[in-house]
Design a protein around this ligand. Sequence first.
Ligand code: ATP
Ligand code: MG
Length: 288
Amino acid sequence: MKIDRFIVPPGGKKFDLRKVSTDDTNGVKDKAEAKDRLAKRVKRLAEIQDVLYADDRFGILLIFQAMDAAGKDGTIKHVMSGVNPQGCEVFSFKSPSSEELDHDFMWRTMKCLPEQGRIGIFNRSYYEEVLVVRVHPEFLEAQKLPPQALDDIWDKRFDDINAIEHYLVNNGILPIKFFLHVSKKEQLNRFIERLDDPTKNWKFSSADVSERKLWHKYQDAYDEMLRRTSTKAAPWYVIPADNKWYTRLAVIEVIISRLEELDLRYPEVSDEKRAELVRIREQLVADD
Ligand code: ATP
Ligand code: MG
């Protein structure tokens, strides 16, 4: 699968989120075909993760942003189903605690960056600071910022995020950023499902209804965020999210493709070390 189709062009000048399809399936026929392909790619990702871990030079940061019920949780669950849990960790960022509000906005996420050789997953992220906080500017009050920090705050946040992501890339931490793009109609279907199915009731929150009313404000915030923070070093991938089976396949294709660009390899064993291993092996057998 060609992953370029999902990229928000760096600089993002011609990008318009409202023109991006939410239900494109890019020639993948149906759920059965997607599931079959996903199963194969899950195995491939597991192989690559094994080398990533052994190679121990790059950290991978997967960032997921989306409207409610777009499928972040399910995508993470399915895409990561084959990887070794030792090499990956998921962090979900909710409304900030009072301790978190007492720090700069990057603080809580920066503590969770992946180690070298690991995959870190952010289910929501510092991007909420130019999304939900932008849609609800009253949230800024709780952040107790000095007046100069409030001047052009969104421009500054875009610039700071870009600068930090450059820093990460310069240091071998690679952000791969996904926006799962669901339609308003499909979100409604999923809310209804959460209300009708007792095993899904727990996923429903009454806040989802009030946030849905702000749909257009969120789309505007997402649109600008995607344009302003898609950079060559850390581009955004907008993934159609009306069909969960397609979302999962597209996300794993992007991850695999980005990881295959890295020159990952198992650490080389020197001739001396290899000779030593042979000696140890002989000794082990002889001693037994
Ligand atoms: P689902 O898609 O299943 O609903 P979720 O990621 O929305 O999962 P919730 O517990 O429903 O998880 O919601 C977390 C809430 O926390 C979101 O509404 C999000 O906007 C909010 N949030 C996250 N970061 C911040 C932040 N920095 N400031 C204010 N609110 C935030
Ligand atoms: Mg929610």
